[in-house]
Design a protein. Structure first.
Length: 163
């Protein structure tokens, strides 16, 4: 047998159709016959296998994407916080330069007790004394920061008097 004849036989076998019959349950007399060559069936199986492998590889990429998306949201929140801190530091620096430009302690205290630099600042800590009675809505303290505080705040305590 020559190579040419063996190739013809191979091609006939590969192109030999396989009959696939579909018979519906509700109407058995009406069936559908498909004649598909062997190569078509093999190519379909190979394509299904390649598609399944690709699909599973995409699932791992989707999981990685979700993780990266969470990290990106976290980083963007941190950048927003950093920008807010930076802008408040710039404002504080501007306020400090305004106070330093006054060049006298007395002038600085005069300015600090008035609404300058966009907010009320006071050179006194408490507006009330210990055991002083206060009314609802009354001023009890002023905004400020001391020591190692990271921002302006009002600190107050309420204690019962022991008699």
């Amino acid at each position: 047998m020559s190579d040419h004849q063996s190739f013809k036989i191979f091609c006939r076998q590969v192109l030999t159709p396989i009959t696939i019959m579909f018979i519906p349950h509700d109407n058995p007399g009406r069936s559908l016959n498909l004649n598909v060559p062997v190569t078509g069936v093999l190519l379909s199986v190979i394509c299904c296998f390649v598609g399944a492998v690709y699909l599973f590889s995409m699932v791992s990429d989707a999981i990685k994407y979700q993780s990266m998306e969470k990290q990106l949201l976290d980083y963007s929140r941190k950048v927003e916080d950093f920008n807010a801190t930076l802008s408040s530091l710039k404002k504080a620096e501007k306020d400090l330069h305004q106070l330093i430009s006054l060049k006298s302690k007395e002038k600085i205290f005069e300015k600090v007790d008035t609404p300058v630099m966009g907010h009320y600042a006071h050179n006194k800590m408490n507006a009330v004394k210990v055991a002083q009675k206060v009314k609802q809505g009354g001023v009890i303290g002023y905004l400020g920061s001391t020591g190692s505080a990271t921002g302006s705040h009002v600190q107050y305590e309420i204690a019962q008097r022991q008699e």
